[in-house]
Design a protein around this ligand. Structure first.
Ligand SMILES: CC(=O)SCCNC(=O)CCNC(=O)[C@H](O)C(C)(C)COP(=O)(O)OP(=O)(O)OC[C@H]1O[C@@H](n2cnc3c(N)ncnc32)[C@H](O)[C@@H]1OP(=O)(O)O
Ligand SMILES: CC(C)C(=O)C(=O)O
Ligand SMILES: [Mg+2]
Length: 506
């Protein structure tokens, strides 16, 4: 497993990392057990040079790789950055496709071949472990690829990387290409063949797996699939495909799969780029079930709707989410877990109230269920309400004034200042409700278009050791943020109250 999160991944627009952040991520990648970490492109910036040096001074076990063009300055910079590395690898690349040769490099086939050979030879003067990549290989004439790779191996390359730079290939095509290259390249037995797939057609993982079937024994990938444009192949998806379908591929990885989710979360925090909820393996919904038929199946045997164990990739457990699509089996199971064993008629009352609540609330939590059982269905939506809100921002300092009506109907007003309007708003809300929250993520999306557009704010916070999420919608995104914050705060307050309510009725 060749991880290029810190090089190709970091090339994603908006994902630049500082050297100290790269070091933190490199530690997580080493923990995960990847075989190679590509730390950056040292000639491209002082920051990439420093990041590679920092990582090389500390990380011992995986090989550390630095990228360079087939240009002496780049190769010297890579060698310098890797001076302290225990297992250094220099990765030299040059475009081989006719399109790139003609329009980008202005070089003939022969000139590209010569640059490739010179690049590999020079890199070998510094390190034993040299990787060569033919950029845009999948749009290169096959006879030229065979020639370039044969010469790269003769010049000393020990890894031959075949990048699908623009995510153009298909599984059948790349499988066949690997089979033919391994059979046709001179000295192929002295090199490891590697696949590097991009996701422009959403095929990066499928193509990487097909390359493995074709004989690739290194795949280049990134955590969360970040990378240029639509990204690179996602490491966690390849690893789990090889684990779940190991018999089919006849090979596996040395990755500690339980560290996959922590690595994904760390990267999201460092880059600010969260993964979509339905992302395979590490998305919030990857092991969450809301539909009644699925929940019923899961309760009988988890294999009905899960092909891997959430615990194996770092999740604490599968999640049974109660919402509009849930059925009686799941609601009853959750009630029993909370200690409520209800007569049939009583359960039917609670279930009807649950479905009604789902018309107003997307998700029904334990505290809501407890309130439904204790016979006060209106209380499930009770809590602080937004009465008035104003936010001003001078550009340097923002000021928020909030007025809330508390659960008993009294008005509470607070003012707070902070660097930005949302920070000021959340501070005022904290003061007004007394619920301290540590913000984990905050997102605002637009719902609808034109005059009907509304903002939906989603929050994920930690409070008293537990994670909570909330959503708010409004035409005004600051108000949507305030409503999301209250959604979370009210849930926390109801959860605090719920055990007492239950004890009183039980
Ligand atoms: C498919 C990939 O992921 S490739 C890696 C992409 N990564 C990056 O580009 C890293 C960030 N890049 C940078 O910081 C800059 O582009 C630098 C420092 C690398 C180069 O900057 P500049 O010198 O200003 O050149 P610029 O980026 O405009 O153009 C690229 C140059 O590299 C040349 N080049 C591109 N690939 C190669 C290669 N593999 N081998 C040799 N030369 C190459 C181009 O022909 C062009 O040369 P020219 O300046 O003589 O015309
Ligand atoms: C530098 C090479 C390996 C690359 O990232 C690509 O071609 O996509
Ligand atoms: Mg790439």
């Amino acid at each position: 497993m060749f991880d290029t999160t810190l090089r190709d991944g970091e090339q994603s627009p908006g994902c630049s990392l500082r050297p100290a952040q790269k070091l933190v991520m490199a530690r997580a990648l080493a923990e995960l057990g990847v075989d190679v970490i590509e730390t950056g492109f040292p000639a491209s910036s002082a920051s990439d040079m420093e990041a590679t040096r920092l990582i090389a001074a500390e990380i011992q076990r995986p090989s550390l790789c630095a990228l360079s063009r087939c240009a002496p300055g780049d190769i010297e910079a890579a060698a310098k950055a890797l001076e302290k590395a225990r297992r250094p690898r220099i990765h030299v690349f040059i475009s081989t496709s006719p399109l790139h040769r003609e329009h980008k490099l202005g070089l003939s086939r022969q000139q590209v071949l010569e640059r490739a050979i010179e690049g590999v030879r020079l890199a070998r003067r510094y390190v034993e472990d040299v990787e060569f990549s033919a950029e845009d290989a999948l749009r290169t004439e096959e006879d030229f690829l065979v020639e370039v790779f044969s010469e790269a191996i003769a010049a000393g390359a020990r890894t031959i990387n075949v990048p699908d730079t623009v995510g153009y290939t298909t599984p059948e095509e790349i499988r066949g290409l690997f089979q033919r290259l391994i059979a046709g390249v001179r000295g192929a037995g002295q090199a490891v063949f590697s696949a590097h797939c991009h996701d422009d057609l959403g095929l990066a993982v499928a193509n990487s797996l097909a390359a493995i079937e074709g004989g690739a024994r290194q795949v280049e990938c990134t955590i969360n699939g970040i990378g240029e444009r639509a990204g690179n192949a996602a490491l966690e998806e390849i690893v789990m495909a090889l684990k779940v379908r190991g018999a089919r591929y006849g090979t596996g990885t040395g990755i500690d799969t339980r560290a996959l989710l922590p690595a994904s979360r760390l990267l999201s925090r460092l880059t600010g780029m969260t993964v979509q909820r339905n992302k395979a393996v590490v998305g919030a919904n990857a092991f969450a079930h809301e539909a009644g038929i699925h929940q019923h199946g899961m309760l009988r045997n988890r294999n009905t709707y899960e092909i891997m164990r959430p615990e194996d990739v770092g999740w604490p457990a599968s999640q049974m989410v109660l919402g509009r699509h849930s059925g009686r089996h799941a609601v009853n199971d959750r009630l029993r877990a909370l200690g409520f064993v209800l007569e049939e008629f009583e359960f039917e009352r609670v279930f009807a109230a649950f479905k009604k609540l789902c018309d107003h609330q997307r998700l029904v939590r334990d505290a809501d269920l407890q309130v439904l059982v204790t016979g006060d269905p209106d209380a499930a939506g009770r809590g602080y309400r937004l009465a008035a809100l104003s936010v001003s921002d001078s550009g340097k300092r923002a000021r928020a004034h909030v007025e809330l009506s508390d659960p008993e109907g009294h008005l509470v007003a607070e003012i707070a200042e902070a660097d930005g309007p949302v920070a000021a708003l959340f501070e005022a809300m904290t003061r007004a409700t007394g619920v301290p929250m540590q913000l984990e993520s905050y997102q605002v999306h637009s719902i609808g278009i034109g005059a009907d557009a509304r903002g939906e704010a989603s929050l994920s916070v930690r409070c008293e050791g537990a994670e909570h999420t909330g959503v708010g919608t409004s035409r005004d995104i600051i108000e949507a943020s305030a409503l999301a914050w209250l959604d979370v705060a009210n849930r926390i307050l109801r959860q605090r109250e719920a055990p007492a309510t239950y004890a009183a009725t039980a």
